[in-house]
Write a protein that binds this ligand. Structure first.
Ligand SMILES: Cc1cc2nc3c(=O)[nH]c(=O)nc-3n(C[C@H](O)[C@H](O)[C@H](O)COP(=O)(O)OP(=O)(O)OC[C@H]3O[C@@H](n4cnc5c(N)ncnc54)[C@H](O)[C@@H]3O)c2cc1C
Ligand SMILES: NC(=O)c1ccc[n+]([C@@H]2O[C@H](COP(=O)([O-])OP(=O)(O)OC[C@H]3O[C@@H](n4cnc5c(N)ncnc54)[C@H](O)[C@@H]3O)[C@@H](O)[C@H]2O)c1
Ligand code: SF4
Ligand code: FES
Length: 798
């Protein structure tokens, strides 16, 4: 058969997806040649954010591997750029002097990152964030340098900033206006987002116009229009993108902002199509994959001479890929005189919801804090549903899934339809969300479609759907949940992280920054006596036994049991501060003294001179026990809160926990030590102690729940020991008690710990774990090897 020749310029997401669509319709009809500048097969560019954030690896983001091209008889020239198109004689020429003729040409050249044209933007250390090379550049840089600046507070900039924080860098985000994600969010959501990201450690410089990148060959600082200068070792430009139209333009194809196309993605030249971010359709250039995949489908149908409707444009929806921050927006985001809105704002819980209605139809939505309704809202906005349809109940979600056509897109990021999901569930017998994700690719990227995927699973399985089975995997390296992994470690007697990964079929060889510390914790929790802590699996602060600060120096917090100090200790602290020229001495919220600005190489000497135990201000363990002054001096106090606090701190210090644990003891319900917002809070009441659990005074403010009331000091210790050990054994790594208590329920915890034998067993296990803990600063002082390895080298690698 004489095959028609398709040549495609650009081997990216939109282009290759279009080729897949063509192969679906007419598998053997075309001879296909693809040119791609990048030296890789087609990969999921979206996932680069997750690679930078340490949730997945480059090897895991390939969408079509080399074999795929071979299996489909596609000639791929990777690492080769098309430099000219001869539209008259229908052939392309490349930078390797190759000419290939075509019957149909697809231009899928994507976008170019916008590098703001200021002096110094070509210096070493200035990068875009667009491809694998940029990603690798940033990861390498973080191993040597500490201060990053990201220009642009849009989706890309914020995802990059989160990644750089994960890599141990300090991050300044520089933004042009006073609203982050100004193209996707309204002012309220934008402000909430900023607050949340500040809590994660990002610093923002708003309303800033970059004027110059300063340095020698390499960037050293940034100067702004207002004259301010900030230091920077790495500058990431994330100030938007521009359609990559140069090749089309110089080949005589009509170009405006993008390459002009009609509803079938045909350009001004017959036989030449354009698809993806390089194309401009009805005056819109898209920069998200969901619309680009729709374009690809319409174009493929036309190329295959199928009767199908053309592409009519898309409603845009976005979801930020930063863990711990849920933001979603779709369609219209700002109201005007002709719109009405449904708004919900819960400042306490940090949840905001706005739905925009125009002429009774839903046209847009902004969600912050809880985005579980995102994909449902998108669907309603897409079909301009009446607002009444949204105001339904739970059954409405059920019936919505039932009325969805099989061809409807569920996961825009990965182009997965309802039909693909239901077919996989039925044919392969999938029963959990994670299985559907692994098998169909749905929900692999931004995760915004998760609730819809779960609804489809529930609808397809009917009575066989088990809510409890829908567990989250530990990370992208495995489909196993925390419970599966802990159970396997116990059952199979696994003893080190690599072994867990090998035996449990991890997808990556070395795991990732999410699973390595988690496995290290689970192994130590299960087998405290024999397990040898893998220091290299810990986060940088825990490895260094000090908190790294934004300027690369460290802070030192010695322990001060119950917040009580002495003249001797204060003198030692003062002497150390003088000797090492500590720039800031500050009393902390946990009633101790923090020495800021200590140089890494001075840390062991500072600790030796102090001669005090570590306050573990950096660790996943007991931080402090805050106490009120209590009966000794306060006229309201009836109990010895200081004595109780010191006893608790001495007993439980150094114990490894899933996340940090803070405690407090107040000697009366006036609660001067703030026992009501601690993980464990003790309050003296007439002749008894009340114990509160699951409080949190941080990001997600939560009042602690009353757990029990006991009369003796021994009972306080027994209940706290049992609670703490149960939390150690049951919670997921990085789950605070506040989240854990809400998840498993206070009643459940009370029920488990009501049994004296269970409490005794838990206390015996925590005592065993405590018996092998060591004072970390002392260990460093005494070990020449650790001092050399960790504190005397220049680099801190993650
Ligand atoms: C870090 C990051 C995170 C993102 N996250 C999301 C997200 O969560 N959700 C979302 O919807 N979108 C996201 N995007 C955007 C999404 O990745 C793009 O919309 C999508 O990749 C565009 O596809 P495309 O095929 O048009 O362009 P590309 O994927 O850029 O592919 C174009 C390819 O063409 C090649 N090329 C260009 N010119 C030539 C030439 N002359 N010869 C040969 N080859 C050439 C380029 O090298 C490139 O490989 C993200 C983007 C980035 C960078
Ligand atoms: N989660 C997601 O969906 C996701 C993630 C990453 C990237 N993307 C896509 O990738 C593309 C690029 O993302 P982006 O965030 O760069 O684009 P963007 O245009 O959405 O955001 C760029 C931001 O930079 C700001 N800016 C512009 N010039 C500036 C300057 N001189 N100084 C400081 N700030 C400046 C703008 O105000 C804007 O908010 C977009 O199409 C985006 O949709 C999507
Ligand atoms: S909590 Fe009660 S006892 Fe303690 S200092 Fe405050 S008022 Fe006094
Ligand atoms: S819509 Fe982003 S992962 Fe499904």
């Amino acid at each position: 058969m004489n095959q028609e020749k398709i040549v495609m310029v650009g081997n990216g997401m939109a282009g290759v997806r279009s080729i897949e669509e063509i192969l679906n319709v007419r598998p053997d009809h075309f001879h296909i040649t693809i040119f791609g500048t990048e030296p890789y097969p087609n990969y999921n560019r979206i996932q680069l954010s997750k690679v930078l954030q340490g949730d997945t690896t480059i090897s895991d983001i390939t969408l079509n591997d080399w074999n795929w091209y071979e299996d489909h008889d596609i000639k791929l020239y990777s690492g080769e750029t098309v430099v000219h198109i001869n539209t008259k004689e229908q052939f392309v020429q490349t930078n390797k002097e190759r000419s290939v003729s075509y019957d149909k040409l697809i231009i899928a050249t994507g976008s170019l990152p916008f590098i703001i044209p200021v002096p110094g933007s070509d210096k070493e250390g200035v990068t875009a964030f667009r491809d694998i090379q940029d990603c690798e550049k940033m990861i390498d840089c973080s191993k040597v340098y500490k201060k990053a600046a990201v220009i642009g507070g849009g989706l890309l900039g914020l995802e990059a900033a989160r990644g750089l924080l994960n890599l141990g860098m300090t991050v300044d985000v520089i933004h042009l206006t006073d609203c982050l994600m100004d193209r996707q969010l309204d002012e309220t959501a934008s402000k909430m987002l900023k607050k949340e990201l500040e809590k994660q450690g990002m610093k923002f410089l708003m309303n800033k116009q970059t004027a110059e990148i300063i340095g020698g060959d390499r960037v050293e600082a940034i100067r702004f229009g207002d004259g301010e200068v900030i230091d920077a070792d790495l500058v990431v430009m994330a100030a938007g993108i521009r359609p990559n139209t140069g090749l089309a333009k110089e080949s005589g194809i009509e170009v405006n902002r993008g390459i002009l196309v009609n509803d079938y993605m045909e350009t001004s030249i017959p036989g030449v199509y354009a698809v993806g971010e390089c194309a401009e359709h009805r005056e819109v250039v898209y920069g998200l994959v969901a619309p680009l995949y729709e374009q690809g489908k319409a174009m493929a149908a036309h190329i295959c001479s199928e009767q199908a409707p053309g592409y009519e444009g898309s409603v845009l929806s976005t979801q930020l890929k930063v863990s711990g921050v849920d933001v979603f927006s779709a369609g219209e985001i700002v109201e005007d005189e002709e719109t009405k809105t449904i708004k919900m704002f819960d400042d306490w819980k940090g949840v905001y919801k706005k739905i925009i209605i125009r002429d009774g139809k839903m046209t847009g939505a902004v969600l912050f804090g809880d985005t579980s309704e995102g994909s449902k809202l998108l669907r309603l906005i897409n079909k301009r549903a009446n607002v009444e349809e949204y105001m339904g109940t739970e059954e409405a979600a059920e019936s919505m899934v039932a009325t969805m056509a099989d061809s409807e897109l569920v996961c825009g990021c990965n182009g997965v339809t309802k039909g693909t999901i239901t077919e996989a569930i039925k044919k392969i017998g999938l029963t959990t969300f994670e299985e559907v994700k692994a098998c169909t690719g749905a929900s692999r990227s931004c995760g915004g479609c998760k609730s819809l995927v779960v609804d489809i699973l529930a609808h397809t399985l009917g009575d066989e759907f088990e809510k409890e089975d829908q567990k989250e995997p530990v990370c992208g390296c495995t489909t196993l949940s925390r419970d599966d992994v802990v159970e396997a470690i116990r059952e199979k007697g696994l003893t080190y992280t690599r072994e867990v990964m090998n035996v449990l079929g991890w997808k990556t060889e070395d795991g990732c920054s999410k699973c390595r510390p988690a496995l290290n914790y689970y192994l130590g929790m299960i087998n405290p006596v024999e397990y040898e802590d893998e220091k290299e699996s810990r986060f940088v602060n825990e490895r260094m036994h000090a908190n790294i600060q934004k300027d690369g120096t460290y802070s030192v917090v010695p322990r001060m049991y119950g917040g009580v100090t002495s003249a001797d200790d204060l003198r030692k602290i003062a002497d150390v501060a003088d000797k090492y020229e500590v720039p800031l001495i500050k009393v902390t919220g946990g009633q101790r003294i923090d020495l800021f600005g200590v140089k890494k190489e001075d840390l062991p000497d500072v600790w030796a001179d102090l001669g005090m135990p570590s306050g573990y201000a950096y660790g996943k363990t007991l931080r402090t026990v805050k106490t009120c002054v209590g009966e000794s001096f306060c006229r309201f106090g009836t109990q010895d809160s200081i004595g109780m606090g010191i006893a608790m701190e001495k007993k439980f210090e150094r114990i490894g926990t899933p996340h940090k644990v803070k405690m407090a003891v107040s000697a009366c319900p006036r609660n001067c030590a703030e026992s009501g917002i601690k993980d464990i809070g003790v309050v003296g009441v007439d002749g008894a102690w009340e114990i509160y659990v699951g409080g949190n005074g941080g990001t997600h403010l939560r009042a602690a729940d009353l757990f029990c009331k006991v009369t003796t000091n021994e009972e306080v210790m027994e209940m706290i020991g049992a609670f703490l050990q149960y939390y150690r054994e049951d919670a997921a790594y990085l789950e605070r008690t506040s989240v854990w208590v809400e998840r498993v329920g206070l009643d459940h915890i009370k029920e488990v710990l009501a049994d004296k034998a269970t409490r005794d067993a838990l206390n015996a296990r925590i005592a065993e774990a405590l018996s092998v803990t060591k004072e970390p600063w002392k260990e460093v002082i005494e070990s020449e090897k650790i001092r050399k390895e960790l504190y005397e080298t220049v680099r801190v690698t993650k």
